[in-house]
Structures are given as C-alpha cells and as structure tokens.
Design a protein around this ligand. Structure first.
Ligand code: PMP
Length: 363
C-alpha cells in the first residue's frame, strides 16, 4: 500500500470512473486502519448516505473529489453544515499546481499545510505521506496532466459554538481541477492593481504566515480591487509597510536588483509563498539577478522599475499600473516601457521552461 489510504467508492462512482486509470488502491472498499475510510471516525455521519442514494452520475460530475476518505463525483462532494471549517473558517488549506502530471513543490506545500495546522492546534489525522498519496490518487482519478489541487483540512464536524474540542475528527478535502486567475493577455501587458484602504491583520491577531480558511481580510481587500475594476490589491500593514497582495506575494525590481518584503513587515507580514521561494532560491539565481528581502514603503513600489506578483495560481505576473489610495494612478517604470518589464519576462520565461520540462520539481 506504500503508505496509501483505502477509499470507499460508491458503485455509482465506480461506474463513472470506468475509463479512468484507477490505481489498485483506489478500488479498495475497506478502511485501512487509519480511521480514514468511509464509515470510520473520519467520515461525517451522513457522508455515505449521500454517496449511496445519489442519482446516477454523469460526466459533468467531474472532477472526482476526495472528501473524508472517499472519492466521489463533484455533485456528491459535500461536508456537514456543522463543519467548523464552514461555520467559522476554522481550518487550513493549500493551493498546488500540477504540471505534466507532477505535483509542483509537493513537499513544500505539504510541509506548510502540516506546519499551519500545528499553529492552529489542528492535528491532521493522516500522515504527510498519505496526504501526498491522496493528491496522486485524485490526479489519477481525473487523468490530470495540467491543473490545480486544492487541499483543505477543516476542524471537522462539531457542535454549534466555537469550541474546537467538540470537533473530534478533522475533515480532509482534495480537489484536483483547473484554475485561471487572470486573463491570458495580462501576462504580456501587465496588470493594474489597487492599494487597499483596509490594512492587513496584524501578526499579533492572526499570523498571515498561517494559510488558514479565514480569508475575510483578504477577500474584503479583493472587493476593493473589484470595485476599482481590477483583480488584485496591495495590502499594507497597520503601520504602513507593504506586505503582499490578497492572494499573491509581491516583488519589485530596482536598479537591476530584486526585492521582496520579509515574512514579518512591521505590525503584519505575509504568507511565505512557495512561488516566492522558488523565485528567491531558483529563478533569480538562474537569471543572475541579485535578490534581497527588504521592508518596503509604498513609495518603493510606486517608483520601482518593475513590479510583479507571484502565486501558485497566478504564477508570475507583471504589475504595470497602481491606483494609490490618494486617487492617483502610477505607471510602473515611469510608464516608458509598455507591458511586462524585461527582468520580469526573463523570470517568467525561466519559470515556464522549468514547469514545462521533464524535471518539474516536486521537492
Ligand atoms: N499570499 C497569499 C495571501 C496567498 O493566499 C497566496 C496563495 N494564493 C500567496 C501569497 C502565494 O503563495 P504560493 O506561492 O504558495 O501560492
């Protein structure tokens, strides 16, 4: 079994999965003693009822989704309304890319998931190795070559009221699907972003290094961007330091050098993005660009030669215009160069070369 997880497939699911490459493990119907199969402590009380009584699934029921020990069609992938992930945003998650059937930086994502879970005192009931296997099985079940995985670990099914002790078993979800955040041509032209008026939650209140299900601070800043007719917002700490964007890290290029804010900036901080780390540790070296973490004020970003954002879903995307809270619009690089700057392009192209190669890093 190689550290795998036994899944219970409902008959109906078996039927629609017929033309998928099913790993031997995936057709197992018994729990494997991890308490993680259907009917085990891990499944919410009504989960198997959904799977057993559901109408015959169609191909529109893709993707097949892992929920609490089972792989089921999208229409049947449900969690309890008593799950504290839903009731209180109590849980953690990861967004992960699949390139050429490989899980990009799988180890770093899984490590971050377990680290974040520990930081909110959430004990994930399967091992990191099993968590990797869950992803591989979702990829296989959906015959995914290029795509995006969403891993979610919730506090689990509990009672009404905040008390996490009333949630004995965390919930686990793995969705292997597609994602597109920004329009294709924005990667060439660069994008416009706003500076959010709403500051980022201080570290003392909730450490932004924790990728928790509690994203309301970011969502409300994102709404500011949407209201201004764009897709992303730069978020400042309460004491005015640039932290990151609502779902992306931020980099600037000044005088041929690359800078990005440190994990803690003033009162707040940022998510230590896997893509951010890949830029810092690999792409900048490959492209011979010096990189440093540096606390930045908004002026540093507004007067940078180039600005770009990084994230698993966004990958690497240039910012060419910034709407300040003072109502002024700033053109990055003085507006002289239209579109993506030359070093951003170099980094993005290097990124693309690696993720389309045979050697997509899973470490
Ligand atoms: N910051 C925030 C707030 C995020 O949600 C994300 C992930 N979308 C990132 C940064 C980028 O992190 P990663 O490169 O690991 O996706």
């Amino acid at each position: 079994m190689d550290g795998g997880v036994g899944y219970l497939f409902a008959t109906v699911v078996e039927a629609i999965a017929m033309n998928t490459t099913k790993s031997p493990m995936m057709s197992k119907t018994a729990t494997n003693g991890s308490g993680h199969g259907s009917g085990g402590a891990h499944a919410p009380p009504n989960a198997s009822a959904f799977a057993d009584t559901a109408p015959l699934a169609t191909t529109e029921d893709r993707p097949l989704i892992y929920v609490n020990g089972k792989i089921v069609p999208k229409s049947q992938a449900m969690v309890s309304v008593y799950d504290h992930g839903l009731l209180y945003g109590d849980g953690v998650f990861e967004g992960i890319r699949v390139y050429g059937g490989k899980i990009f930086k799988c180890q770093q994502h899984v490590e971050r998931l377990y680290r974040c879970a520990e930081q909110i005192s959430l004990k994930i009931p399967i091992t990191p190795r099993e968590m990797v296997q869950v992803q591989r099985d979702c990829i296989a079940a959906n015959e995914l070559r290029e795509g995006y995985i969403r891993l979610v670990v919730t506090r689990g099914y509990g009672t009404l009221g905040l008390d996490p002790r009333r949630c004995p078993t965390p919930g686990i979800i793995c969705i292997a699907d597609q994602i597109r955040l920004y329009p294709e041509d924005a990667y060439r032209t660069g994008m416009r972003v706003v500076v959010a008026k709403r500051p980022k939650t201080p570290v003392e209140c909730l450490d932004p290094r924790i990728k928790s299900l509690n994203y309301l601070n970011n969502i409300l800043a994102k709404c500011e961007a949407i209201d201004a007719g764009c897709d992303e917002a730069i978020m400042l700490s309460t004491d005015g330091w640039v932290t990151e964007c609502t779902g992306d890290n931020i980099f600037i290029i000044k005088g041929g050098k690359l800078f990005t804010p440190p994990p803690v900036c003033g009162e707040s901080g940022l998510l230590e993005g896997v893509t951010r780390r890949f830029v810092m540790e690999t792409l900048s070296k490959d492209c011979n660009i010096t990189i440093a973490e540096k606390m930045m004020k908004l002026e540093d970003v507004l007067h940078a030669d180039e600005v770009f954002l990084t994230g698993t879903a966004a990958e690497i995307i240039a910012v060419t215009e910034i709407d300040h809270t003072d109502g002024k619009r700033y053109l990055i690089g003085g507006g002289s160069a239209a579109g993506e700057g030359p070093l951003t392009r170099q980094l993005r192209e290097r990124f693309r070369t690696i993720v389309t190669s045979e050697a997509v890093p899973e470490d």
